[in-house]
Design a protein around this ligand. Structure first.
Ligand SMILES: C[S@@+](CC[C@H](N)C(=O)[O-])C[C@H]1O[C@@H](n2cnc3c(N)ncnc32)[C@H](O)[C@@H]1O
Length: 289
């Protein structure tokens, strides 16, 4: 689990400058190579962010041109993994930005729990090492228990998806070090995790959550229609046209009246603004029209 305990994705320090921008052809060729060979669609990510993250790896390896770095990737599979690790920014925490979870537990969970249908489907898109989907599932389980319906909690299923296989492996293990709990209220930690470190998700909560590798840019949303889509701290890394397309995709993934949670960092752009009604403008919670 990379970076647990930080509240935001850390940018490389400012002295880590990208190599000279005159080598645009080299940069584009490197992007093409990464997209072609590893299926990481560089073209949809913000260029500045990509350049800074590639620069970190180039400096770490003492390489001064994009061309030399591309040759190094051909010779060193370990470096390729480190680069992809740097590009997929996996920073997260359990109950990250508690205020968002508090708003979801108040404004989203009770109306969804009251729905007559048997199953409640939640999608955490860009779930990293699983902290977000487990936290969402814990809100539903807590609510079910608070209304005396804990035995019915299995009607909730939370699917966490991410492009990064290593993060998904950590997510499936569901064991977290202390830093991952910095935003977690003590009573939730005690109720849903084993004592000691690392603390592991208790089986009842684990059984509500599943994981799947899915590239948000290249693959359609999981099928079935969702009552709640949570996508936080992911779309900021994409360029604007990609962000707009993704919001429309989330709309299509939701059932009518379903909720979209973006959290504080991101907001709806473009045509998508006409497709949702605000529920909580501060925590960027919306309802599908
Ligand atoms: C900063 S983490 C956000 C984790 C969590 N949502 C949160 O807010 O704490 C961003 C995640 O987006 C994932 N990601 C980046 N590009 C993606 C893509 N094209 N498809 C799916 N996931 C992607 C990364 O692998 C990373 O795990």
């Amino acid at each position: 689990m990379k970076g647990a305990g930080d509240s935001r994705a850390p940018e490389p320090p400012s002295h880590v400058q990208p190599p000279p921008t005159t080598d645009d052809a080299g940069f584009l060729a490197l992007n093409d190579k990464i997209s072609r060979e590893r299926g990481f669609g560089c073209a949809s990510y913000k260029e500045k962010c990509l350049r800074r993250r590639i620069a970190v790896r180039m400096r770490a390896r003492g390489v001064h041109s994009y061309g030399d770095y591309a040759r190094l990737l051909d010779q060193d599979a370990g470096e390729y993994e480190k680069l992809l690790d740097a590009l997929t920014i996996n920073v997260t925490k359990l109950f990250r930005n508690w205020e968002t979870y508090e708003a979801v537990s108040r404004l989203v969970v009770p109306p969804l729990w009251s729905l007559p249908e048997q199953s409640i489907r939640v999608w955490s898109a860009g779930c990293s090492s699983g902290e977000e989907p487990y936290s969402m599932a814990a809100l539903f389980l807590s609510h079910a228990e608070s209304v005396g319906q804990g035995a019915k909690a299995s009607r909730v299923s939370v699917l966490g998806t991410d492009i990064d296989r290593a993060s998904l492996e950590a997510a499936r293990r569901g064991s977290y070090e202390q830093g991952a709990f910095a935003d977690t209220p003590e009573e939730l930690r005690r109720r849903f995790f084993t004592p000691g470190w690392p603390a592991t998700v208790v089986p009842q909560l684990r059984s509500l959550v599943s994981f799947e590798r899915r590239d948000l840019l290249a693959e359609p949303p999981p099928p079935g229609g969702h009552h709640l889509v949570v996508c936080r701290n992911v779309v900021i890394y994409f360029d604007r046209p990609t962000q707009e397309a993704l919001f429309e995709r989330f709309h299509a993934a939701l059932l009518p009246g379903g909720y979209l949670v973006l959290g504080k960092v991101e907001t709806l752009l473009g045509r998508a603004r006409t497709l949702f009604a605000p529920v909580d403008s501060r925590e960027r919670i919306f309802r599908r029209l």
